[in-house]
Design a protein around this ligand. Structure first.
Ligand code: ATP
Length: 252
């Protein structure tokens, strides 16, 4: 963590959920600019929900998400992989080029320079030569590489990654982890949902442990303790999915 920097993103007594049933409640935390944060917790803890809230896919039921000055246009969000990613009928080139959407007009094609940038992004994830392949023909690891290439082109100061390293081969995990650490080195702020605590200990300076509420947030070694993990398990098991919105008064 870099506590002397002003926070870039702040959650203030934040409650997020679905049809007014909270999935995360009363979360307060401040994410410093440039932080690399592992968002961790048991299944169903609310990790994906938090990223959806920051990305603007869910409106808070209560509390606030204070965004950076540049707003959501500076936030790139990579959701979990879904079947739809694979069945979408486009070539690898076109899928990766979608990362440039923010630079393109409604009917404009790609300039020569933009086509070159797509080529470089594909090279950076070792997919040069795959340009014309339909994405449906890619392996899971290759598809994840293509999704990272699209993120390279988005060039966002804030990056949200939901389980980017799940169910892919170790070589691809290593390559994509390297890319993510490179983005961190460039000063981007990154929130990544991760399940593998060894990866978290090894690569993430900061962790946010969720179990429907905040269990711990700070330097990874201080968050990933047996006591915190036991509390997270307990809170998750005790949570009622159909609970109505609760009203906790903020401390005066
Ligand atoms: N679209 C939805 N509609 C209703 N409830 C949902 C929806 N998406 C998630 N939930 C519920 O919200 C809670 C938190 O889910 P979420 O996916 O955020 O957890 P998670 O920590 O990312 O879990 P996992 O590690 O299993 O991916 C769960 O009880 C889940 O069933």
């Amino acid at each position: 963590m870099q506590p002397d920097l002003p926070p870039l993103l702040r959650f203030d007594n934040l409650t997020l959920g679905y049809e007014r049933h909270p999935a995360i409640h009363h979360l307060s935390a401040a994410i410093p600019a440039g932080a690399l944060v592992a968002v961790i917790g048991p299944n169903g803890a609310g990790k994906s929900t938090l990223l959806k809230g920051v990305a603007g896919e869910l409106r808070p039921i209560g509390g606030h998400i204070h965004l950076p000055e540049f707003g959501r246009k500076g936030i790139a969000y990579m959701p979990q992989r879904s079947e739809m990613d694979h069945s979408f009928p486009v070539s690898v080139f076109d899928m990766v080029a979608m990362g440039l959407w923010h630079e393109l007009g409604p009917f404009s094609g790609l300039s020569r320079a933009q086509r070159d940038r797509v080529g470089h992004a594909l090279e950076a994830v070792s997919l040069a030569g795959f340009e014309r392949r339909p994405i449906g023909s890619l392996s899971g690891g290759q598809l994840q590489r293509a999704r990272f290439a699209r993120l390279i082109l988005q060039d966002a100061p804030v990056i949200l990654l939901d389980e980017p390293f799940a169910a892919i081969d170790t070589r691809t995990v290593d390559d994509l982890m390297h890319l993510m650490l490179h983005w961190h080195g460039e000063g981007r702020t990154i929130l990544t949902v991760v399940h593998d605590y060894n990866q978290v200990r090894q690569h993430f300076p900061t962790s946010l442990l969720l179990a429907r509420e905040l269990v711990a947030f700070g330097p990874t070694a201080a968050v990933l303790t047996d006591a915190h993990l036991a509390r997270a398990r307990h809170l998750s098991e005790a949570f009622d999915d159909n609970a109505p919105e609760c009203h906790v008064e903020e401390a005066a």
